[in-house]
Design a protein around this ligand. Structure first.
Ligand code: UDX
Length: 437
């Protein structure tokens, strides 16, 4: 099938490459010429494991190209909208400027029978509104909402082997002509057993925001339990293991620590609350305000704990932060809890050095006032306290005995509860976890 993918950020670049991998002929379109240059040379403009290899592989087949020219969408039967929906400046709602512009720019190139397929995370009601524009331009074209659930760091596997497909069509019917077309596009994963659900537009939009809200709630639930464990002298990691053994609860997404960040969960729960307010259903989501508050409180808690580790004062203390990305296997620093903590410590008088295997360039652009050192050994040397804030594998594997000698004071705060506390204490460290005695 001939496919256009509009927007070549995280979502779009991965989607374009994966659709070409599935055998389709794909053109990726983006207004950012730098991004297009990089992708055309099979270089990923961000770090995502496996993406560059996949770009190289599919570009050699001739099935994948990139351009800034929106007219390249003409001739494709299916057009995926993959642009961002960031939080509006100074407000909770989602900024739909890019989704609206991508759809409007596409309209002149639509042919009868074409599908416009939204993948971006949007407030419920957006698809119905855009469907009117599409049909006004081309009565025989259809708009579908087909939300994407990929996780950064696992984006290729999540796209090629998702847990499920959701097709939101205007009448919610299995017989809608768009269903057969999407089935053809996704025939490989469908034939290997991936389930798919056909819903109406509104349900499909809500599935995505509900899923992200549930995940955020799960993380904040366990972080609330961490607060309680701290007050009661209990261990939240054992508590999570024990409640997670009940398969109605499940152990996944119950890792207490510095909380969630990134380009999705924080802004998606806020946009969801804002939209609920517009719909007169704000009471239904007031709990998300608490989810957000618990999450933000983790960052303050880490600053307080670091002050405790530094004998009551941060002034002039040298702090090393291990990890800047919002999670491992990513160079994304959008709303990264690690960086927000690092910046707060610096504001309170500490001298903060941040290290990370992939995210330092992005971090330095966002917080130029912090010091950055790519070499872990150098970053740690002479430090008064070490903060593990993003659980990259190489930090999990650090040797506490070797490291202890290089610090001024062997204090460590394990912000993700991934280190073996007993081992670090045996090596002479003053170890603190979050929600652990
Ligand atoms: C999320 C959703 O998982 C994905 O389905 C959706 O499409 C986009 O948003 P992503 O932002 O890539 O994906 O990250 P995710 O793996 O969900 O992690 C989000 C944040 O939660 C990270 O900062 C992570 O460190 C944190 N987290 C995750 C925890 O603090 N504890 C956990 O147990 C799990």
């Amino acid at each position: 099938m001939r496919i256009s993918v509009i927007g070549c950020g995280y979502l779009g670049a991965v989607h374009a490459a994966c659709m070409a991998k599935l055998g389709h002929e794909v053109v990726g379109i983006d207004v950012d010429s730098r991004k297009i240059e990089e992708l055309s040379a099979a270089r990923a403009p961000f770090y995502e494991p496996g993406l560059e290899d996949l770009l190289r592989e599919v570009q050699q087949t001739g099935r994948l190209s990139f351009t800034t020219d929106s007219s390249a969408a003409a001739g494709s039967a299916v057009h995926f909208i993959c642009v961002g929906t960031p939080q509006k400046m100074g407000e909770n709602g989602a900024d739909l400027t890019y989704v609206d512009a991508a759809t409007t720019d596409l309209l002149p190139y639509l042919a009868p029978g074409d599908l416009v397929v939204g993948k971006s995370t949007v407030p419920v009601g957006t698809a119905a509104r855009l469907a009117v524009l599409v049909q006004a331009q081309q009565a025989d074209a259809h708009l579908v909402w087909n939300p994407e659930f990929l996780r950064e760091g696992h984006a290729l596997a999540d796209t090629l082997h998702p847990d499920r497909f959701v097709y939101g069509v205007n009448d919610g019917s299995e017989d809608h002509p768009a269903v057969a077309i999407l089935d053809e596009i996704y025939s490989a994963p469908l034939s290997s057993g991936t389930p798919r659900l056909v819903t109406d537009h509104a349900t499909a939009e809500l599935v995505k925001t509900a899923a992200n809200s549930f995940l955020a709630t799960k993380i904040s639930f366990i972080n609330a339990m961490a607060e309680l464990c701290e007050a009661a002298g209990a261990d939240v990691t054992q508590l999570a293991d024990a409640i997670g053994m009940d398969d109605r609860i499940g152990r996944k997404f119950l890792n207490a620590g510095i909380g969630f960040g990134g380009g999705c969960l924080p802004k998606d729960i806020r946009a969801f609350m804002a939209r609920a307010g517009e719909l007169g259903a704000d009471q239904a989501l007031t709990f998300l305000r608490e989810v957000d508050a618990i999450n933000m409180r983790r960052r303050t808690r880490v600053v307080e704990l670091t002050r405790e580790l530094c004998e009551g004062s941060l002034l002039g203390k040298r702090i090393t932060v291990l990890g800047a990305a919002f999670k491992p296997e990513s160079d994304d620093v959008r709303d990264s809890p690690a960086l927000s903590i690092a910046a707060q410590l610096q504001l309170q008088g500490a001298v903060v050095t941040v290290t990370d295997p992939k995210a330092l360039a992005n971090a330095a652009r966002r917080f130029p006032e912090l010091q950055y050192e790519p070499d872990t050994g150098k970053a740690v040397r002479g430090s008064d306290a070490l903060l593990l804030l993003t659980e990259w594998q190489e930090y999990r594997e650090l040797d506490p005995y070797e490291l202890a000698a290089t610090l001024r004071n062997p204090h460590i705060l394990d912000g993700r509860n991934v280190l073996d506390a007993a081992k670090w204490r045996a090596a002479g460290w003053n170890y603190r976890g979050l929600g652990r005695p």
